[in-house]
Design a protein around this ligand. Structure first.
Ligand SMILES: *Cc1c(COP(=O)(O)O)cnc(C)c1O
Length: 362
């Protein structure tokens, strides 16, 4: 046997979650967000399985080129646009669309090869205060972009991003929507909603929705455990017990001996650690499924291993299957125990963990 950790990616679950996007936003087109290697799931496999998406969103030219080289011909959108003027050549060569969020990017476009068409998404800051031109700059920037597109061909769309969509009752949602609606968008397709907004605010769906986390089956809401509206987990991080030890009352387990056996007990050692992306800060007591039964994590998570208390499962043996998260143990539940988010856990599954795809069309 080789080291048993695997990330099993269920492409049927992915397609099921995509259908939920369509149901929640029936009038909108779908810009499926596959940045960060599709939140750790493998961008090429995810894009192939989501042929029904209208476009894919990425964070860099490199991520987009990876899809192009795999034969993905769908529209690809760079969510932060280009990071330097020299990237515009690759944008043209690979037929990429890009966000324009700053006056600097606008200057680069005006200096670039006048023969290439431009497919642009103008990003306006409606209150997140991260990227985007201000609502006061909007008219002028739109005018300059429209002039470029009139001369060179292409398209212009309007977008903004929400700061607090994971908390649907947060007042920032309405104020951002109000700011978005003040922008004169005659003739422009608009996009505002991420997963949380498209599930909770039909009035924010506009022409394009931008789901990320919900495609992968994790709830976008905070607290996440409260709402998982029919989503199916796409990734199952699984491994096996590689040892079962009989430890004695009073013995410390793992680095720093931060956990001490309260009685004689069987300790299971799982081949999964922070080097695989399991969070080092998962608290003792975090559930780990061994043979389908939840047992508590004990001691510190180390790079390649973690330990569990097997008192509830005295018959467990080396070789028994372990689920770290997946359909039976939601990644959001683990995230809550490790003071993080499902997003971070999924993205952090490391390169050494083999991805195995289920239910693909090949
Ligand atoms: C990552 C990202 C999304 C997707 O957000 P989720 O919460 O994962 O649905 C949407 N829009 C932009 C601009 C993003 O950067």
């Amino acid at each position: 046997m080789t080291r048993p950790i695997r990330a099993r990616i269920d492409l049927q679950a992915l397609q099921h979650n995509f259908r939920l996007v369509r149901e929640a936003a029936p009038g909108a087109r779908v810009l499926a967000v596959v940045k960060a290697n599709a939140y750790g799931h493998g961008a090429v496999a995810v894009a192939r399985a989501l042929r029904a998406a209208d476009a894919f969103a990425l964070a860099s030219v490199e991520e987009a080129v990876q899809l192009r080289e795999a034969g993905i011909t769908a529209p690809l959108v760079l969510l932060e646009g280009v990071f330097g003027v020299e990237e515009l050549r690759a944008v043209a060569a690979h037929d990429l669309q890009m966000v324009v969020h700053s006056l600097e990017q606008l200057d680069w476009l005006e200096q670039s090869d006048p023969a290439t068409p431009l497919h642009l998404w103008l990003k306006v800051d409606t209150g997140m205060h991260r990227l985007g031109v201000t609502t006061r700059q909007y008219h002028e920037v739109r005018r300059r972009l429209s002039r470029l597109i009139a001369a060179r061909g292409g398209s212009l769309r309007l977008m903004s991003h929400l700061a607090c969509a994971d908390a649907p009752r947060h007042p920032a949602n309405d104020s951002q929507l109000a700011a978005f609606l003040t922008l004169d968008a005659v003739g422009l397709e608009r996009s505002l909603a991420n997963s949380a907004a498209l599930l909770s605010r039909p009035d924010m769906c506009f022409d394009w929705v931008r789901p990320g986390i919900m495609l992968y089956g994790a709830s976008p809401f905070d607290p996440a455990a409260e709402r998982r509206p029919g989503l199916r987990a796409v990734m199952r991080l699984e491994s096996r017990l590689i040892a079962v030890r009989a430890c004695r009352k009073g013995e410390g387990v793992g680095y720093g001996h931060t956990w001490t056996c309260p009685s004689d007990l069987p300790v299971g050692v799982v081949a999964a650690g922070y080097g695989d992306g399991y969070p080092r800060h998962a608290a003792p007591g975090t559930p780990v499924l061994v043979n389908g039964t939840a047992v508590p994590l004990i001691g510190r998570v180390s790079m390649d291993m973690l330990c569990v208390d097997l008192r509830a499962l005295p018959e467990a043996r080396a070789g028994d299957p372990v689920e770290l998260w997946g359909a039976c143990l939601p990644v959001e539940a683990l995230a809550a125990r490790a003071a993080t988010l499902s997003y971070e856990l999924l993205c952090n599954v490391s390169a050494r963990v083999p991805r195995e795809y289920l239910n693909g069309e090949g």
